[in-house]
Design a protein around this ligand. Sequence first.
Ligand code: TEU
Length: 543
Amino acid sequence: MHEKWWKSTVVYQVYPRSFQDTDGDGIGDLQGIIERLDYLQELGIGAIWLSPVYKSPNDDNGYDISDYCDIMDEFGTMADMDELIREADTRGIKIVMDLVVNHTSDEHTWFIESRRSRDNEYRDYYIWRDAAPGGGEPNGLRSTFSGSAWQYDESTGQYFLHLFSKRQPDLNWENPKVRQEVWNLMNFWLEKGVGGFRMDVIDLVGKIPDQEITGNGPKLHEYLQDMHRETFGRYDVMTVGETWGATPEIAKQYSDPKRKELSMVFQFEHIMLDQQEGKDKWDLKPLPLGDLKRILSKWQTELGDQGWNSLFWNNHDLPRIVSRWGDDDALRVPSAKMFAILLHLMKGTPYIYQGEELGMTNCPITDIAEAQDIETINMYHERLGLGFSREDIIASINAKGRDNARTPMQWDDTPNGGFTTGTPWLRANPNYSSINAAAALSDPDSIFHTYKQLIALRKANPIVVWGDYQLIEEGPEQLFLYIRRYEGRTWAVAANFGGTAISASVPRLGRSEAIIIANYDRTAADFTQLELQPFEAFAVELV
Ligand code: TEU
């Protein structure tokens, strides 16, 4: 049987604004990505998920699009984009576009028209409502970026819906014309030869605002089946939906091949484990390790052949994993490699976020003036108003703020990490002098080389792509141990998820001589008396 290419590849996410600047304006650009394609080819990835590069006023760094068929001025031109697709292709790399169609920018012509008058032909492209009977917002829907999701518009005396910033009005997917516009713009990009789409907050497009239903609305899957039929169904591309509320049951609805919707979704169950129950991402609690093992393992086993997993620790919205659940100080290197080994030997398509392969870290701030991200800035002011202390808010920002992931890519030890010759739009993490790609490439023991080796292992060993997964629940909680089985072979992956040494006895796994990959100098593993160094991880073939 011919299997889909995206099941055996590794995807690398580029956040263009912070990747590589070539014209000295302090903002990354498309020519910068082209310049770095050889680096990505060396790593071994098969696709780039490109965060938005479309025309945008950058209220939310490109997730507010004013023209889907044009390129953001700071990033370059459509000719640069065509060149990127071509140059990536010659290196066996596909370009997966970020499809942001839950909302547009308020500068999109559709919205400019829509807000002109109540009878404008574009009025119903967006979601307009009268004030509530007693006055005020139509209902209690909240924006992810703080405050009400409704914004009053003087000129026509109605409110429009924005689940994100007030400069990101939500499109009205109930309007068939809107859906047709989306199919058209997707086909525009498919005809250019892109490798697929990452679909921003796709679980929101079936919303029923009047019932305050946002995620997983009743028509969501019907829309996605229409989309499949009208657009990418005719192409050999990958599609991945961003779905914050997905359970394995929901994920199967999206990704069961028989249903003809998406290739896979990003699920966030593990990502939300360090926030307090019923609160939001800023309300921190320690990571419950047992839950992490249980949840990642649940996702490994429950999709069966009715879906496909995406595997990730990081993206442009999340803090750096070494700073979050590992050690970004003395044990940075072993902990970064541990996260890599643990995740990349699971079943699913792994995603690497730029700089993760270098073990890049969070970049703390001391004052809100240093923040760039709209989510962070809005939350700061909202919480100050609610009586939180500045110190507590800044602590939450340093733990969870999105700028942590967005500091410039660290290429070498020259000023600004080689990202720009100008002033970077967001300050480079000062640790670029030691944490950078040039240093990693020249060190055979670097985190980069562990990632490279993991990608090569996936390509060479069908067990990594296809093998069954089983969690081994023995030993101390800090031990994350699982096995993969395929056509008579068995691999075991053991990871110490903590900064202290542990020992375990798992006699039924026996002794193994064949180390496949390790982050310490280990030549054998005797599971009858297993000793693991802080953040040690390795894989062995069991015989
Ligand atoms: O993110 C969806 C989203 O809900 C995030 O804002 C998330 O809740 C938050 O950052 C938690 O870390 C997508 C994009 O990935 C994000 O960058 C955009 O800002 C957002 O949609 C709006 O397009």
